[in-house]
Design a protein around this ligand. Structure first.
Ligand code: ADP
Ligand code: MG
Length: 390
């Protein structure tokens, strides 16, 4: 779990070290997220059910008198220096496209960058990078809330989520949906965010894991994914093609009752992509309802069905993720699934506290037996969304 005070202190120290002993004006944090269920449904205008986790990205920041922007990170030795007027999606690359893309995107949403002051920023994080826990949304949202304060923009959290997504889509070039930023900004302690990605209506729903004696185990396979270059864009294109061939503007306009017609109209691969989205939307609704009526112990089968659908129909799992899920289930987990965009990253398992050690040991052993890289295992709790730390 993040000790936010310690992380914040580390960011202040890092800021001073990189910027000639200067002190930061403030520190802001934004959490990573786990998606409990609802994968690849966000860009299909569907339903998602993620929660913000107790691991964050922090940004220590100080405004400058001029119009220069300097960003640096604990994960990079470089200090990227750019003038505010020169920031555009085409001019950005590598990791700094995330924070600088947010600067540009704030302008697209109405911030007056022509009069804004420059700033220095140092970024640190304890969200594993490239693990499917959305370190990308965490860095975007931390920078977005910091600049929202410093520039007195008074943008709503919903707008800041769109700012983060725009940065990721246009400055980074990853065609991701709105889920990750929504979780990072709207998350609440011990609750998950039930988001309708079409209306953007969000409802915060208690998870009740602790009261039910459950913990959420993250199993980071350390297989790194890359959304901008990986199969993510191909999956998105398949979904758009499937919707068009079904005469729908988006897959949200269809549901599981349309599957017989989809079977007639679509080629096998497109059908399987579409079937994942339609059944996954249904599973999100079922998970929310089951959680309310029966509590978290009853959602395990839905998590498992979601994984099977991603493995067989959407084909975004990898052997490491399947092994983590299968081993967790075989050693006592209530439910398990890969989480995030896929092609690597992490799986989650919902586990009774008493079984945590057994499940963890079994997964570690199974990875060793398969000669896979040792997985990183840790529990997470649902946490509040982005905020100013100090
Ligand atoms: P995920 O969101 O699953 O962690 P992504 O590939 O979407 O993976 O985003 C990871 C990328 O985000 C990194 O490769 C890096 O470019 C950028 N990034 C995330 N956190 C930081 C950070 N603290 N400092 C610098 N860059 C970061
Ligand atoms: Mg990401």
């Amino acid at each position: 779990m993040t000790n936010i005070t310690a992380l914040s202190e580390r960011a202040r120290t890092g800021f001073a070290a990189r910027f000639d002993g200067a002190s930061a004006t403030g520190v802001w944090q934004a959490p990573g997220r786990v998606n409990l269920i609802g994968e690849h449904t966000d860009y299909n205008d569907g339903f998602v059910f993620p929660f913000a986790i107790d691991r964050s990205t922090v940004v220590a920041l100080a405004p400058r008198a001029d119009r220069t922007v300097r960003v640096t990170s604990a994960f990079s030795d470089e200090i990227v220096t750019v003038e505010l007027d020169a920031i555009s999606p085409d001019s950005l690359s590598d990791w700094s496209a995330y924070p600088l893309g947010v600067v540009w995107a704030l302008g697209e949403f109405g911030a007056n960058l022509a009069t804004a002051t420059g700033f220095d920023a140092f970024i640190d994080s304890d969200v594993p990078i490239g693990a499917g826990l959305s370190s990308s949304a965490a860095i975007e949202c931390a920078v977005a809330v910091a600049l929202n304060d410093i520039w007195a923009l008074e943008f709503s959290r919903e707008t800041l989520a769109k700012v983060g997504q725009l940065a990721e889509n246009k400055a980074v070039g990853a065609p991701t949906g709105i889920m990750d930023q929504s979780a990072s900004l709207l998350g609440k302690k011990d609750a998950a965010v039930f988001l309708d990605c079409r209306s953007l209506d969000a409802e915060v729903i208690d998870l009740g894991f602790e009261a039910a004696g459950l913990v959420l185990l993250v199993m980071n396979t350390r297989v790194s994914h890359a959304h901008a270059t990986g199969g993510y864009a191909a999956r998105r294109a398949s979904c758009e093609r499937g919707a068009a061939e079904m005469g729908a503007s988006s897959l949200r306009d269809l549901d599981v009752d349309d599957l017989p017609r989809a079977t007639e109209l679509l080629d096998d691969e497109t059908l399987r992509r579409v079937r994942h989205i339609l059944t996954e939307n249904r599973r999100v609704l079922d998970t929310v309802r089951t959680l309310r009526l029966e509590g978290p112990t009853a959602i395990g089968d839905l998590l498992v069905a979601s994984h099977v659908s991603m493995r067989d129909d959407f084909e975004i799992s990898v052997p490491e993720l399947d092994l983590a899920v299968d081993t967790a289930l075989a050693s006592g987990a209530i439910g398990a699934r890969m989480t995030g965009g896929g092609f690597g990253g992490a799986a989650i398992a919902l586990v009774r506290s008493a079984d945590l050690q057994t499940v963890s040991d079994a997964v570690t052993r199974a990875f060793a037996d398969a000669a896979f890289t040792e997985p990183e295992l840790f529990t997470v709790t649902a946490a509040d969304g982005a905020s100013r730390v100090e």
